[in-house]
Unconditional design. Structure first.
Length: 162
């Protein structure tokens, strides 16, 4: 009787694993279809295809891991990672938003809140996450490979954390 119960548990575990793998394949197919639709929409608009969800996840993961080992200025490091992969002027603006450089360092040194020059007083300042998302949005499938390689080199060169 114990052997029969063990067989049923093994069969149940096997069926569960089969269903989990099937669901993962369906999710992957759905992501691929969404990426294809996004690429088709970009092509119709005359734009290069955006990066895929997998590439976006890889860039995010590598960026997090590589940033741990950075001991230099965050702004110059981010610019070096994305240089050539996105338009340089927009890169400088977005990195400045990300690291808080857009108003200079003097206001930070004295603890004075910087006056934000905006076209409309109704516009609240943007969160750094929005600038990062815009930076990722400027990457293309052609340029993301270069960024991924730079980040991989940074991760490989950084000391391992236990």
């Amino acid at each position: 009787v114990d052997e029969a119960a063990g067989d049923r548990i093994t069969i149940s575990a096997g069926l569960l694993l089969h269903h989990v793998l099937a669901v993962q394949e369906l999710e992957e197919a759905q992501e691929n279809a969404e990426d294809a639709r996004a690429a088709a929409a970009a092509a119709a608009a005359g734009l290069p295809p955006p990066i895929s969800r997998r590439q976006m996840g890889l860039v995010r993961s590598l960026l997090r891991r590589a940033a741990r080992g950075v001991e230099a200025d965050a702004g110059s490091w981010l610019r070096s990672v994305f240089l050539g992969a996105v338009p340089e002027r927009r890169l400088r603006q977005l990195v400045a938003e990300l690291v808080g450089e857009e108003y200079g360092s003097s206001s930070v040194e004295y603890g004075v809140a910087p006056y934000r020059y905006r076209t409309s007083a109704a516009l609240p300042p943007r969160a750094p996450e929005a600038a990062l998302e815009e930076l990722f949005g400027l990457l293309t499938r052609g340029s993301v490979g270069e960024v991924i390689e730079r980040l991989k080199r940074q991760v490989d060169a950084s000391p391992r954390q236990e």
